[in-house]
Write a protein that binds this ligand. Sequence first.
Ligand code: SF4
Length: 314
Amino acid sequence: MSVSDSGQIQSAKAAPSPEQAKKAKTQFNKLQKRLRREVGKAIADYNMIEAGDRVMVCLSGGKDSYAMLEILMGLQKSAPIDFELVAVNMDQKQPGFPEHVLPQYLDQLGIEYYIINRDTYSVVKEKIPEGATTCGLCSRLRRGTLYTFAEDIKATKIALGHHRDDIVETMFLNMFYGSRLSAMPPKLLSDDGRNIVIRPMAYCREKDLVRFADCKGFPIIPCNLCGSQENLQRQNIKMMLQDWERQQPGRVEHIFTSMQNIKLSQMADTSLFDFKNLQIDRSSERKAYEFADDQTVDGKPARDAVKMVNIVNL
Ligand code: SF4
């Protein structure tokens, strides 16, 4: 399915042969299983969803948020705990936004949902000069609205559809353009402590989500309705990572795993590790350093060379 310029949902694919259909179904089942496993693991690793939670699932109309809702609904059926899912979309009043698409889709799912009408588009257009980047203000307005709405509907978690590639891209963006090592955490307490944001797809690869969305035929709403260019810096980082991944498959995964395995004493942040007050402690018996006894100086054991130096100095 796709959404036409006039906002109509269209279906335009030729019917596959029975063999093709069987193969595609097997591949889809594998993909769906993998995505569910990854989402389930992320939820467990970060204790994202607890019994009794009311999870507000934010839907933008893009592939990632549709996939998140679908996977969470599947997990909800098999989870050993009870939790609620509420879908929420924010209609930012961008020109040409097909208002009927999400309600139509969500009605079919039979899930509780809300559409928040908030004309952030006009606010952004009014406040930001022509040609300047609009995404910063737009995101802040959206975040504020969603946080407030989550409290209004008594949601205890806010689920966002960012995936592993988004998280790694954000880390490089912050490093290259902000000189800081930070990304998008899988779970975040808002600054005022009133909301918890979760990213259940933190372990999912974007290319799997593209395939999943394609197989499911989600009615994707174009993301360029605001007229803003996709963030050029993010695009550059994306291309850099894709290039690395082509040269060495698995590199993005290694980078993400590194983010879960940080050794503060091996970094350089004095606010996170107390480098200044490092003290030596020789009270315990010294362990042999690796290869220390095998080293030689001028053909003699290094230990003897040290003694000789000591004798000369005396
Ligand atoms: S691309 Fe458009 S809708 Fe998205 S954050 Fe930027 S200004 Fe807002």
